[in-house]
Design a protein around this ligand. Structure first.
Ligand code: ARG
Length: 459
């Protein structure tokens, strides 16, 4: 059953076989292995290793196998073969007999697995781009709906200055927009085909590798055979794209968990993405968000694992590299699920506008405005900052927000304060003043949303 029996006189220990075999997880590359084999069959026919009739027969059998496997890919995972390459070759031999044994001429599992995995990554990237795009669209719609819903903005988790829920949503949209571009860049960089590099030194047949690459949907062939079979940069890059994006997802989840807490009660999550407690009947827990936050850990773990596996590997192929798949598959599945779940969380979310407005008004988040007001009356900023600090201490003692102090009370700290102070302490004025690009004025928020809608419509 193994591909390499001739050199051996003893059967592999079953414990070693179980340890060594990868079919239980690399069956996920079945379609790519068959597609790669179709490309290779054509390439070896072109240099006369097989005849055109043989090529037609091989293509026919591979096509049949593709149909069978596509119906139920999981069904092959316990077929007992060493890996997906052995499985496909054995299945082919079953269908066309000795002709199936010719396919591996000039090829090695080393360039085969590198090609399969790149093909798999490319297909997966397209799915992931779709999920990021969906989340970005969701966030833009949320931002549109709540572009002027005032809420507190925080630094150090202390209320700092008012922002709007739309501005908050667009902050995350910007992050996912970068994630999308990062993934596109990764896709471009991995678009080279290793097939024809054979075991490490290149195939011994005069294959037109650039044509083969293009037949398989790659831009071009790789340039160095040693690098081709050893390169797993695309795995690292996808894991790092996933990790960075999981940081964004996890931070967004954390913000929403805080906004959903009993203390803040800024948002109410839909029943569709929350769960109850088995003991406490009143509870509605933000499990979807907590799982997004929690699952970031395993994605970072896969990245660290792969970096560590590769770091001291001598050229060229070593079996260590078989460890590239499970972490990658798990990380990309996890990332995909989290992107979709994050979008789902926004379906039916309720923003409690009065609560967020009241919170934005509390916490003296208009103190900076008072300092700027004093600056406009000729007081140097550092001095103004000090005066406002003292005024805030007084207001806290009196249990009043700044805008409820009388002019006489303000004058205890600075005689420059007059009646015209009140409008500048209002939320509307605070937002409106921040009209430079990227600020929270409603015009800026609207234009950021419009920019993003236009970007998304170009995809
Ligand atoms: N299952 C192997 C892997 O995933 C395929 C390549 C095997 N190559 C070898 N020289 N043993 O890496």
């Amino acid at each position: 059953m193994a591909l390499w029996g001739g050199r051996f006189t003893q059967e592999a220990d079953v414990r070693f076989k179980n340890f060594n075999d990868s079919l239980v997880f690399d069956y996920r590359m079945a379609i790519q292995d068959i597609e790669g084999s179709m490309g290779w069959a054509k390439a070896i026919a072109e240099v006369g290793i097989i005849t055109n009739e043989e090529l037609v027969q091989l293509e026919q059998a591979l096509k049949e196998l593709l149909d069978e496997v596509s119906k139920d890919p999981e069904s092959i995972k316990n077929a007992g073969h060493e890996d997906i390459h052995s499985y496909v070759e054995a299945s082919l031999i079953n269908k066309v007999g000795d002709l199936g044994k010719k396919l591996h001429t000039g090829r090695s599992r080393n360039d085969q697995v590198a090609t399969d995995l790149k093909l798999w990554c490319k297909a997966q990237v397209k799915v992931l781009l779709g999920s990021i795009n969906n989340l970005e669209n969701t966030l833009v719609n949320v931002a549109d709906q709540y572009f002027d819903t005032v809420m507190p903005g925080y630094t150090h988790l202390q209320r700092a200055q008012p922002v709007t829920f739309g501005h908050w949503a667009m902050a995350y949209c910007e992050m996912f927009h970068r994630d999308y571009k990062r993934l596109q860049n990764a896709l471009e960089l991995m678009d080279t085909c290793p097939l024809g590099s054979a075991a490490l030194a290149g195939t011994a047949y005069p294959i037109n590798r650039d044509k083969l690459a293009q037949d398989l949907g790659f831009k071009t062939a790789t340039r160095n055979s040693l690098d081709s079979v050893s390169d797993r940069d695309h795995v690292l890059e996808l894991l790092s794209c996933a990790s960075i994006s999981m940081v964004h997802l996890s931070r967004m989840a954390e913000d929403l968990i805080i906004y959903n807490s009993g203390e803040a009660a800024f948002v109410e999550l839909s029943d569709k993405v929350t769960s109850g407690s088995s003991l406490m009947p009143q509870k509605k827990n933000p499990d979807a968000l907590e799982l997004i936050r929690g699952k970031s850990g395993r994605v970072f773990g896969s990245l660290t694992g792969m970096l560590t596996t590769l770091k001291a590997l001598p050229l060229a192929y070593n079996k260590d590299m078989q460890e590239d798949k499970e972490g990658l598959f798990d990380a990309l599945d996890t990332w995909h699920d989290c992107l979709d779940m994050a979008a789902l969380v926004f379906e039916g979310i309720i923003i409690r506008k009065e609560r967020v407005l009241a919170a934005a008004k509390g916490g003296y988040s208009n103190a900076t405005e008072l300092a700027d007001y004093l600056v406009s009356k000729g007081i140097p900023f550092r001095e103004a900052h000090h005066i406002v600090g003292e005024t805030v201490v007084y207001a806290i003692k009196e249990g009043k927000p700044l805008e409820d102090l009388s002019v006489a009370e303000f004058k205890k700290f600075s005689d420059k304060v007059e009646d015209d102070v009140y409008p500048i302490l209002q939320i509307e004025s605070i937002l409106a003043k921040r009209c430079a690009k990227g600020g929270v004025s409603l015009e800026q928020i609207k234009s950021a949303i419009a920019f993003m809608k236009n970007e998304l419509s170009k995809r």
